[in-house]
Design a protein around this ligand. Sequence first.
Ligand code: SAM
Length: 409
Amino acid sequence: MGRRRHKKRELNEYILLREPLSREAFAEEEVLIAGLARTFYEADFFWTFEEGDLVCYLHEMEPGEVRDFITGPAGTAVLKRYAKEQCRNPFITLLEKICAIGSYGIKGGRRIFVGYADERKVISRKKKAEERGAYYYTTGHPFTRNNKALPEEYRDTIICGDSEEVLKRLPDNCIDIIITSPPYNFGLDYESDKKEDAQVWEQYFQKLFAVFLEGIRVLKWGGRIIVNVQPLFSEYIPIHHIISHFFMEHKLIWKGEIIWEKNNYNCKYTSWGSWKSPSSPYLKYTWEFIEIYCKGDLKKTGEKEEIDISDEEFKSWVVAKWSIGTERRMKQFDHPAMFPEELVERCLKLFSYQGDVILDPFNGAGTTTAVAQRLKRHYIGIDISSQYCATAEERLKKDKKIGDQLVLF
Ligand SMILES: C[S@@+](CC[C@H](N)C(=O)[O-])C[C@H]1O[C@@H](n2cnc3c(N)ncnc32)[C@H](O)[C@@H]1O
C-alpha cells in the first residue's frame, strides 16, 4: 500500500465516479475516507462526499487492495453502521463501477484508468515524420495536384476495348476513384478469350501493371485505387502482395486492406495436402482482399453535402472485415467472376462523394457502373468484351428506368 502524497494531481488528470446517496454522510464514513486518504496516494485516487454523492477521483488504483482495506479492520465501524441502517455499502458499489469501466494497463502493480491518449501519443510525431518521410516509400513521387475534369465525351460511358489503350486517351488527374476486380489468371471461362485468363504469370503481370500504370496517371491527386483481389492459393502466388508491391513502388500510399469474408465454405479440393500430416497441409480460404491505395494524399477533399453514408453504415464498415455473400446472378448476367453490388456500394459510400467520377477498367458485367449510377456518381466502365459491355449497358438502362419511375412516384 502507498503512503500519503501531499500534492494532488490537477483535477483534469482524474476521472470522476459517483455513487448517489441522497443523504448526509455518516460519521463512520468520514472516518473511513480519512483512513483511505492516510493509506493511499492522493495522486492515485481519493474519496470524498459531494452534494449527497460518494465520489471517487480516480487516476490509478488496484481495486482489490482498496476492497481489502474497506472490508478489513478500518471498515468495521462503517460496516456495522450499514447493517444497523440496513443500507448497501456505497464504497463497494463504487468499486464495482470502477472494475466495470476497465483500465488500459498496469503500472507499478496498479491499474491505470486515465491518460490513455497521452501515453500512446508519439513524442514529436511531426519531427519524426520529417526525418523519416511521412510514408517513406512515397518520397520523391512525381504527382501533381493539378486535377482536371473528365472530358464530357467519356462521362457516364461504357467503352469496349483494351483498358491500356482506352485509358491512354484520358488526360492526367481526372478520375476520383478506381474500383476494380482484375482478371485473376485462374483460367476462368471469359467470353473475351478463353486463353487470356491463363497466361504465363510474367505476361499476366506485365499487362495488368500496364493498365494500372495508366490508372495511376489518370487518377486525381487524393484519388483512390481500390482493388479486389484473390491470391492464387493453389499455386502459392500471393497476387495481393505482388500488386501492393507494385503500387507502393509507384509511390501510392497504402491506405489499408479489407477482408471480404465470403463465408464460402464450399471445399473445392478433395485432398487437403496430406491428411493430418504436417508434411504439407493445404490451407483453405473463405475470403478475398480489398486493397486500397491513395495518390498523393490520404485525404480526399469533397463537399459535406455530398456524403451519403449513414452513421450506422460508417460505424459498421470502418471495421475492416466485411461479411458479404458472393454474387448469385452470374448465370443471369453470363459472367464467371462478378463481385456483389454491396461490396461496391460500401466502397463507394466509404471512400467517395456523390458526383465523383468512378472508373472500372475491368468492368465486366458492369457491377461498378450500375452501383455508381444508383449512388449518384459519374462513371466510366471499360471492358475488352463487347458482350460484357452490352450487359453493363443493359443493366444501367434498366436501373435508370426503375430510378426514373421511383422519382415519378
Ligand atoms: C474479374 S472480371 C470483372 C467483373 C466485374 N467486377 C463484375 O462484377 O462484373 C475481369 C474482367 O476484365 C476483362 N478484361 C480482361 N482483360 C482486359 C483488358 N485488357 N481490358 C479491358 N478489360 C479486360 C474481362 O473481360 C473481365 O470481364
